[in-house]
Design a protein around this ligand. Structure first.
Ligand code: TPP
Length: 564
C-alpha cells in the first residue's frame, strides 16, 4: 500500500524532477513528510510567489519543466501572478497545490480557495485530483501538457485526503497520458512552406521577425543558418534575444516600443515579414495598421490560435519553429538565394545613423553599467532582469551570444519576477554566472529572497539600478503627464544594509570609476553579492515608441536630445 503523497513523489521522480521550489503548510504536510527523505531537492523560498518564479527561471534556463509547490488557500493564491507570468511567456511549469479534503470542498473550509477556478484563465490546463488512484495519470498528463506544443503552466490541485489515502498498487491507474483531444502540430504543411519559399524568392526587402518561439524550440541555429543562406536581416522580440548573436552582422536587435530605430525602420519598410514564433504583441507592433504596412506576412507558430490574431497573414504555417525551419532549409535551392544589396545597404545606413547610445553627462549611466557587465563576462552568463527601465536597458545593451541567456518577464511584465527567477536559473545551470539586473522598486517586491540566496549560497550577482523612482512609470509621467510624478518616488533604502542583515555582502557604487572594480569584486566573491548603483535619477530609456504610435515614429536618442 502507498499513500497518495508517496505516489506523487515516485511519479515526480519518474518525470525526472530533481528539484522543487516550495513553501509548506497544513494541507501539503503529507508531501513534505515524503520530501524529508526523498532524493528530490526542495528549496525553501520565503514567499510562494518566489517559488513559482524560481520554477519558471529554472525552466527558461534549462528548457526543462520547472516545479513548484504550495499549500492550499493563501499559498495557492500567492502562485497566481507567477502562473500568469509563465502563461504569457509560454514557459513549461507544473504547479502543485494543496487543497482541503474532498469532503470539505466548497464549504469555505479553513484555507480553502478554488484555485483551479482562479487559475483557469492563466493556465494551459489544470487538474483537481479527486482520487488517489488517478495521481500517476494526472502527473503524466500535467508534464506532457506543460512540455509539449506551445509550452505553458499546468496546475495540479491535491486535496489532503487524496494525499493521505493508501491504495494498493493494483488499483492505481497507469502513469500514461490519455488526452485524445490534444495533438500539437509540429510539421508545417508542405504547400504552405512552398508558398513561403515563393514569396521569399520574389521579395526584395525581407525581414525576419523572430520571437521567443525560436528560443523555446531550440531553433536558433537553424534561424542563423537560414538568415545567412538567404542574407535576410533579423530582428527579435525581447523574448527572442539571444536567438541570434547580438554582434551578428544580420542582427538588427530588438524591435518595438524600445527597440532599435533601425529594426523599426526595416520592419516598416520591408516587403516581406517572415515571422517565426512571435505573436504580434502590441509592445512590438505599436499602431497595428502601420506595422509592416507594405509587407506580405508569413507566420510560423506552434499555436494556431496565434496566427491571424492581431494581424492578417498571407501564409500561415502551423508548426514547431525548429521543425519548420529545418524543413525549409532542406528545401532551399541555390536559386532561392537572392542578392539584395540595395536593401542591406539601406539598413546599414540606418544602423550607422541611429546607433543605441549611452546617457551623457556626469553621473552613473545604467547603459554603461550593462555594457561593462557584458564586457567583463564577454557576453556570457545568464542575465535575468526585473521589470521597468532596468529591463529595457539590459535588453538593449547586453551583448547576448546564445539563447537561454536572457530571462525576463515579457508578456505580463511582472515586477518581482527577476530575483526569484535568477535563483531558479542558477539551480538549473550552476556553472553559469547569474546576473540579476533590477530596479529598486522591483527588487523590493521580492526582497525577502535574500534569505533564500543566503541559506543556499546561491551566487546571484544582484545589480540594482537604483534611481529612487519607479523609473519606467516616472518616465511616462515625464513624457506624457507633464512631469507630474504622482506616487512614483521611492525613499532611500540601504540595500547593502538589508543584504548584510541576511548575511549577503554588497557595496554601493556612486561614481563611474567604481563600476568596474565593484563588478569585478562581485564576480570574484563566492556566493551572492549585491551592488547598489546609484544611477542618474531621471535617466530615460530611448528610443521609444509612444503608446499607440506607429513604430517608425520613435522619439528620443540621447544624441538628438542634446540638440533639442
Ligand atoms: C507587479 C507589478 N506592479 C506594477 C507594475 C507597473 N510597473 C511597470 S514598470 C514599473 C516601475 C519599475 O520600477 P523599478 O523596479 O524601480 O525599475 P526602473 O523602471 O526604475 O528600472 C511599474 C510600477 C508592474 N509591471 N508589475
Amino acid at each position: 500500500m502507498k499513500t497518495g503523497a508517496r505516489i506523487l513523489i515516485d511519479n515526480l521522480k519518474e518525470q525526472g524532477v530533481d528539484i522543487i521550489f516550495g513553501y509548506p503548510g497544513g494541507s501539503v504536510l503529507p508531501i513534505y513528510d515524503e520530501l524529508y527523505d526523498a532524493d528530490i531537492r526542495h528549496i525553501l523560498v520565503r514567499h510562494e510567489q518566489a517559488a513559482v518564479h524560481a520554477a519558471d527561471g529554472y525552466a527558461r534556463a534549462s528548457g526543462r519543466v520547472g516545479v513548484c509547490l504550495s499549500t492550499s488557500g493563501p499559498g495557492a493564491c500567492n502562485l497566481v501572478s507567477g502562473i500568469a507570468t509563465a502563461n504569457m511567456d509560454s514557459v513549461p511549469i507544473v504547479a502543485l497545490t494543496g487543497q482541503v479534503p474532498t469532503g470539505m470542498l466548497g464549504n469555505d473550509a479553513f484555507q480553502e480557495s478554488d484555485i483551479t477556478g482562479i487559475t483557469m484563465p492563466v493556465t494551459k490546463h489544470n487538474f483537481l485530483v479527486n482520487d488517489t488512484i488517478r495521481i500517476p495519470q494526472v502527473i503524466a498528463e500535467a508534464f506532457y501538457i506543460a512540455g509539449t506544443g506551445r509550452y505553458g503552466p499546468v496546475l495540479v490541485d491535491l486535496p489532503k485526503d487524496v494525499l493521505m489515502r493508501s491504495v494498493s498498487p493494483e488499483e492505481i491507474l497507469p502513469g500514461i497520458p490519455d488526452l485524445k483531444g490534444y495533438k500539437p502540430t509540429y510539421h508545417g504543411h508542405p504547400r504552405q512552406i512552398k508558398k513561403a519559399l515563393d514569396l521569399l524568392r520574389e521579395s526584395k526587402k525581407p525581414v525576419i521577425y523572430a520571437g521567443g518561439g525560436i528560443v523555446a524550440s531550440g531553433a536558433s541555429e537553424a534561424l542563423c543558418r537560414f538568415a545567412e543562406e538567404m542574407e535576410i536581416p533579423v530582428t527579435t522580440t525581447m523574448m527572442g534575444l539571444g536567438a541570434i548573436p547580438s554582434d551578428h552582422p544580420l542582427n538588427l536587435g530588438m524591435l518595438g516600443m524600445h527597440g532599435t530605430k533601425f529594426a523599426n525602420y526595416a520592419v516598416t519598410g520591408c516587403d516581406l515579414l517572415f515571422t517565426i514564433g512571435a505573436r504580434f504583441d502590441d509592445r512590438v507592433t505599436g499602431k497595428i495598421d502601420e506595422f509592416a504596412p507594405g509587407a506580405k506576412i508569413i507566420h510560423i507558430d506552434i499555436d494556431p490560435a496565434e496566427i491571424g490574431k492581431n494581424k492578417a497573414v498571407d501564409v500561415p504555417i502551423v508548426g514547431d519553429a525548429k521543425v519548420v525551419l529545418d524543413d525549409i532549409l532542406e528545401r532551399l535551392n541555390p536559386e532561392d538565394r537572392v542578392i539584395r544589396t540595395a536593401w542591406l545597404e539601406e539598413i546599414g545606413k540606418w544602423k550607422k545613423d541611429h546607433p543605441l547610445t549611452c546617457g551623457n553627462g556626469g553621473g552613473l549611466h545604467p547603459q554603461q553599467i550593462i555594457r561593462e557587465i557584458s564586457t567583463l563576462l564577454d557576453g556570457g552568463g545568464i542575465i535575468v532582469s526585473e521589470v521597468g527601465q532596468n529591463q529595457m536597458w539590459a535588453a538593449q545593451h547586453y551583448g547576448f551570444k546564445k539563447p537561454r541567456q536572457w530571462i525576463s518577464s515579457g508578456g505580463l511584465g511582472t515586477m518581482g519576477y527577476g530575483f526569484p527567477a535568477a535563483i531558479g536559473a542558477w539551480f538549473a545551470r550552476p556553472e553559469e554566472t547569474i546576473v540579476l539586473i533590477a530596479g529598486d522598486g522591483s527588487f523590493q517586491m521580492n526582497i525577502q529572497e535574500l534569505g533564500t540566496v543566503a541559506q543556499y549560497k546561491v551566487p546571484v550577482k544582484m545589480m540594482i539600478l537604483n534611481n529612487m523612482y519607479l523609473g519606467m512609470v516616472r518616465q511616462w509621467q515625464e513624457l506624457f503627464y507633464e512631469k507630474r510624478y504622482s506616487y512614483t518616488e521611492l525613499p532611500f533604502v540601504d540595500f547593502v544594509g538589508i543584504a548584510k542583515a541576511y548575511g549577503v555582502p554588497g557595496r554601493v557604487v556612486e561614481s563611474e570609476k567604481d563600476i568596474v572594480p565593484a563588478l569585478k569584486e562581485s564576480f570574484e566573491t563566492d556566493g551572492p553579492f549585491l551592488i547598489d548603483f546609484r544611477i542618474e535619477r531621471e535617466e530615460n530609456v530611448f528610443p521609444m515608441v509612444p503608446a499607440g504610435a506607429a513604430i517608425k515614429d520613435m522619439i528620443g536618442e540621447h544624441v538628438e536630445q542634446e540638440d533639442d
